[in-house]
Design a protein around this ligand. Structure first.
Ligand code: NAD
Ligand code: 3PG
Length: 595
């Protein structure tokens, strides 16, 4: 019985017409592909490769050996470093996955050149500012990163730069090697008791803070999104941006490069800093306006800076790098043996998993669905796509679909049901039969929006056991004509509804007729005047055409009135066979639908 949630329409799930159904043959569900990596769950709808096929992975920057070996167990691996943008674009149409570090620009042209083959970009590291995410999403290409394995390495490099800068290690080393002995020139400053402002209190920032506290520094941090309890646990005060930069003796940058952080250190913000401030940047070069930094160094506002990252790498502006108060390293933050092995394994597992159809835990441009949730939802995900496919094929002149309403009937509360995956698959089912678009979890929302297709999701909160995540999914398409008028609900929308039975998706309602047919193979829907012998007549025409019937079900209003017969068929009936079904006198309308 349906109790309507505040956002849900009030649905009656009490059968209005009793379905009569029997099964002539039920094929077993196809076996799941086996991953070479143990412990990975498989999700057949996203599997891209048939058994025996090997995808090709292009590794465009040096990757730790353990990661390359892992990739080789599953894929043909092409390690080609230092490709020009043109060479990358030329190669990419032969690749299913691409792995890069920060040195390769994965531009829109790369996605456009891939001809739809590129399915995954793996960023062997944290920052994804070198990947055009919008273009990736538009092309249905998943982007994954390796966000944890280089955290400690980056934090250690930040501390190395902080201490080296304070004691002029790099400059003094160069002068000794040049035969000089300048003990008075390279007098440094102490760290103990000084205030360090950590800008960006994420993984690296908090590890830097922890270490700086160990050096006796007073640490404050600015991060609009950081949880206060994490800061409290480390003994760090979270403060505003202005307070952080104006009270710091040292500033260490650890935020991502985003439109909000682009050139966040500029003439105006330098002018708010304490005279003689010292700055470390192991985040991204673009967070500093480099011309303004040279001015601040020349004016003595900034006494020293230590830079691991630059707006353009390698840096072209020798004025900054050559400045005597600048210590520079060539983007070495993640470059320890340990971090590179860790990152390589992290990204190889993510890429192989994604190519195998798993939803990556480190997906950057797709919803992350925990494995337990995924395994529960798996049969409903298949149902969702099939209902989308059926519904759109019922539209007369398919491409006019603009407004779709999806109702999820569930005894679970709205917070316990993540529908993003279901919505994506319904979208895939709605769009793919009527277009040449390739739709997946990554680009489903984008593709729907681009086509002007709006999908409204509603919940029907049911009483009963919440053991199963869903009882039914209903897809309704409004403001269209149907090529099978019986699929229209009383309110004039095309309506199909399905359930999962014994792990298999079933069609359970068409318009206001209750049916029960397993969603495998294809379906013939046929409206007839309910009378004896109809099932036999249709069945024998199909058997004369050598069409194997897998399932039949009749939903009727009342005995001897209208009925809708749903027939599951394994083989595609010829036009002649379909014509003969249409010619049975009691048949009022029929439609053949590919699932
Ligand atoms: N130099 C290197 O080799 C190297 C190595 C690792 C990471 N990094 C870079 O370091 C940065 C941090 O990496 P992470 O792993 O700690 O990432 P993270 O996502 O764990 O942390 C980033 C933090 O920045 C915060 N943030 C976002 N916008 C902000 C803003 N406007 N102001 C202040 N804080 C803001 C976020 O809330 C988050 O807490 C990234 O830019 C990454 O690319 C560089
Ligand atoms: O964002 C990152 O992970 C770091 O900047 C490391 O970049 P890299 O992989 O090029 O060393």
């Amino acid at each position: 019985m349906a109790a309507s949630a505040s956002s849900a329409i009030n649905l009656s799930i009490k059968p209005s017409h009793t379905p009569l159904s029997w099964k002539t043959h039920l094929s077993s569900t196809s076996a799941l592909a086996v991953s070479p990596l143990s412990g990975h769950r498989q999700y057949p709808r996203f599997v891209i490769y048939a058994v025996g096929d090997k995808p090709t992975v292009l590794v465009a920057e040096k990757l730790g050996e353990a990661g390359v070996n892992l990739l080789k167990e599953f894929a043909d691996v092409d390690c080609s470093y230092n490709l020009t943008p043109e060479e990358l674009c030329n190669k990419i149409s032969l690749c299913d996955a691409l792995i890069v570090r920060s040195g390769t620009k994965v531009s829109r042209e790369v996605f456009e050149s891939s001809g739809g083959r590129l399915k995954v970009v793996g960023r062997a590291g944290v920052g994804i500012d070198n990947v055009d995410l919008a273009a990736a999403t538009e092309h249905g290409c998943l982007v994954v990163n390796a966000p944890t394995a280089n955290t400690v390495a980056a934090a250690e490099h930040g501390i190395a730069l902080l201490t080296a800068m304070a004691r002029n290690v790099a400059q003094a080393d160069a002068s000794v090697k040049a035969g000089k002995w300048l003990r008075n020139k390279y007098v440094g400053v102490s760290l103990v008791g000084k205030t360090l402002a950590v800008m960006g209190f994420g993984k690296v920032g908090s590890e830097v803070a922890r270490r700086a506290k160990g050096l006796g520094m007073h640490v404050i941090a600015h991060d609009p999104y950081a949880p206060a309890d994490r800061a409290r646990a480390i003994g760090v005060e979270l403060v505003s941006f202005d307070k952080a930069i104006s009270s710091a003796d040292f500033i260490s940058l650890h935020m991502p490069l985003t439109p909000a952080t682009n050139k966040v250190l500029n003439d105006e913000t330098f002018s708010k800093m304490k005279k003689g401030v010292r700055i470390v940047n192991v985040a991204r070069g673009g967070v500093i306006d480099e011309d303004a930094l040279v001015r601040a160094l020349d004016a003595g506002i900034v006494a020293q800076v230590a830079l691991d990252v630059f707006t353009v790498e390698p840096p072209k502006d020798s004025k900054l790098v050559q400045h005597e108060n600048v210590t520079a390293t060539p983007h070495l933050g993640a470059s320890t043996m340990e971090a590179q092995e860790g990152v390589a394994i992290e990204i190889a597992e993510a890429v192989v998993g994604a190519l195998n159809g798993e939803l990556a835990a480190t997906a950057v441009n797709a919803p992350m669905v925990p494995a337990e949730v995924l395994s529960e939802l798996k049969p409903f995900v298949a149902l969702a796509e099939k209902l989308g496919r059926l519904a759109v094929q019922l539209v007369a002149g398919g491409s006019g679909v603009k407004s779709v309403k999806v109702t999820y009937g569930s005894a679970r509360g709205p917070d316990d049901l993540d529908t993003r995956l279901l919505r994506a698959m319904i979208t895939k089912g709605l769009i793919e039969p009527i277009s040449s678009s390739f739709v997946n979890l990554v680009n489903a929302d984008f593709t729907a929006k681009q086509r002007g297709l709006s999908i409204a999701e509603l919940r029907s909160l049911l009483n009963g056991s919440p053991e199963s995540p869903l009882e039914f999914i209903q897809v309704q398409i409004s403001s269209v004509e149907s090529k099978f008028a019986s699929a229209l609900s009383d309110s004039g929308e095309i309506r199909v509804e399905g359930r999962v039975k014994d792990g298999i998706p079933h069609l359970t309602k068409v318009g206001s007729f209750e049916v029960d047919v397993s969603l495998e193979g294809s379906i013939i829907l046929c409206r007839q005047v309910d009378q004896p012998g109809m099932i036999g007549k249709v069945g024998s025409i199909l058997s004369e055409g050598n069409v194997n019937v897998s399932f039949m079900s009749v939903g009727r209003v009342a005995p001897r009135k209208h009925a809708v017969m749903a027939i599951g068929v394994d083989d595609q009936p010829s036009k002649e066979i379909l014509k003969r079904i249409g010619e049975i006198p009691a048949v009022e309308e029929f439609v053949y639908l590919k699932i």
